[in-house]
Write a new protein. Structure first.
Length: 505
């Protein structure tokens, strides 16, 4: 608001300043107001001092206007703008008065600029303007009446009258401003009160509209859910009706099948009797085979004991072979020592010459005997090694046989356990067959009763089908009612939105 006031006042100030310049220029060039000189008294001549005074008064408004324009560009609501515009208007009026030669008619420009400044509705500006005009008139009266009154002398009474009317005009304008402010304040207070009430009413209407919209949406959602539920129920009724129809057909087929089942049950009853006899015979055969398995297991245990004894004998043989090997080693050592002694004896016999020939022969025989003993020991060692090798091979084979026999024993144990389980299962099967035989007897008795129950169930299903058809019709009517509710709720929601938009606008 203030920026618009400043803009208008700048335009008015520029017009007032331009008017002052125009009046000054016309007066200097044409002097059309010469005939009216003397409105305030006798005329006067234009001196250089008067000219420069008029020129300064013409230029001052333009300087103030330039500064006001600068402030306006910086900030359209600059706090200096009202004061600058008021000063521009004041000095423009002074320029008009002095530029016209102080004519009486141009003093009315004072009231023009007062009216313009009143647009700001600021008493301080009125006081400033009144003070400046008062200073102008006093300075003109005492210092330079030519610039203000256009004469060399001016009556004091006229000055007082000028000042009085200026003050009265300023006071009247100030009173109007104060009164307008009070009235404006009162009107604004009433406006605010009405606006607050209006805002409260609008808020209440918006809340009510929002509640209507929310309620409409809730009702619409519930109605939509109800429609879907009714549609689902209708489809369910159709499915149930179709299912009941299928059940009725199935029951009729079941009734015919029960007759065949009854005959089949009779045949199965006799078959189970025969199965029972066969199961008893099988159980007896399995019991006999189980006893045979137990006998085989005992024989296998005897074989395991015999093989264990053989393994122990083979271990003893290996130990004896080891002892014989030790004895052969001793024989070889004795043979080696004997051979060494015979060699020493031969050497001594050779040294003895003829006397040692007999001793040499004995030493040679001893050496031959030692060589034979060593050869016999080597043969014995070879035989013992062969015996040990054969013994080790036999022990390995016997151990593998023993392991196989043990595995056979384990398998026999497993086989015996499985046979025992088989006996138990056969006994359970036999018991099951006996129970099944009794159940078949009961089934044969109950099959006749089921046929009558099927007839009664068929009648009940036909009644349920009729009830489902009735419910299906009711569901369709309820669905149509829910859709009608949806349409009405949609209209109410549209009305609520339209109402909210109108109040927002």
């Amino acid at each position: 608001m203030q920026d618009k006031k400043n803009d208008l006042m700048l335009r008015l100030s520029a017009a007032a300043a331009a008017l002052g310049a125009v009046v000054f220029a016309i007066t200097r060039q044409l002097d059309p107001f010469r005939d009216h000189a003397g409105g305030h008294g006798s005329g006067f001549g234009i001196t250089p001092a008067i000219f420069w005074g008029q020129l300064i008064l013409v230029l001052v408004p333009f300087g103030l206007l330039a500064f006001a324009l600068y402030c306006f560009r910086q900030n359209r609501e600059h706090p200096y703008l009202p004061w600058l515009n008021t000063l521009t208007l004041t000095f423009s009026s002074m320029a008009i008065i002095s530029g016209s030669g102080g004519g009486v008619e141009f003093h009315f420009s004072i009231f023009m600029v007062l009216a313009m400044a009143a647009y700001y509705e600021d008493i301080r500006l009125m006081v400033l303007m009144t003070t400046l005009f008062a200073v102008q008139h006093l300075a003109g009266f005492f210092l330079s009446p030519q610039l203000v009154f256009g004469t060399d002398s001016y009556p004091f009474l006229m000055l007082v009258i000028h000042a009085l009317f200026l003050i009265l005009t300023s006071c009247a304008t100030s009173l109007q401003i104060v009164s307008k402010r009070k009235i404006t304040t009162q009107l604004e207070a009433e406006k605010r009160t009405k606006e607050e009430r209006l805002f409260q009413l609008i808020n209440q209407i918006e809340k009510l509209s929002e509640q209507i919209r929310s309620t409409s949406e809730t009702v619409s959602d519930k109605s939509e859910i109800n429609v879907r539920a009714n549609e689902t129920m209708r489809h369910s009724f159709d499915e149930v009706t179709g299912g009941l129809r299928d059940q009725l057909i199935s029951l009729e087929q079941m009734d015919s099948n029960l007759e065949r089942i009854n005959g089949s049950v009779q045949s199965a009853f006799f078959a189970f009797e025969e199965m029972k006899l066969n199961a008893v015979a099988t159980e007896q055969a399995v019991t006999s085979n189980y006893e045979s398995v137990l006998a085989i297991r005992e024989q296998n245990e005897s074989v395991v004991e015999a093989v264990t004894s053989i393994v122990m004998s083979m271990d003893d043989l290996q130990q004896a072979a080891a002892q014989a090997q030790s004895m052969v080693n001793k024989i070889r050592e004795v043979s080696d020592q004997t051979n060494l002694i015979a060699l020493n004896a031969s050497i001594e016999a050779a040294r003895a010459g003829e006397q040692g020939k007999g001793f040499a022969v004995v030493a040679g025989e001893i050496r031959k005997l030692a060589d034979q003993s060593r050869g016999a020991a080597d043969d014995i060692q070879s035989m013992i090694a062969a015996i040990r090798q054969e013994s080790e091979t036999s022990v390995g084979q016997v151990e593998r046989g023993q392991e196989a026999i043990r595995q056979t024993a384990v398998n026999m144990e497993t086989f015996a356990a499985e046979f025992q389980q088989l006996r138990q299962r056969l006994r359970e099967v036999l018991e099951f067959i006996l129970n099944l035989n009794r159940m078949m007897t009961d089934i044969r008795q109950e099959a006749g009763n089921v046929s009558g129950e099927m007839t009664r169930i068929s009648a009940v299903i036909e009644e349920e089908m009729a009830a489902m058809e009735s419910l299906r019709g009711m569901s369709g009517e309820q669905t149509e009612s829910a859709r009608q509710v949806d349409r009405e709720v949609a209209k109410l929601n549209d009305l609520s939105l339209s109402l909210r938009e109108q109040f927002k606008a």
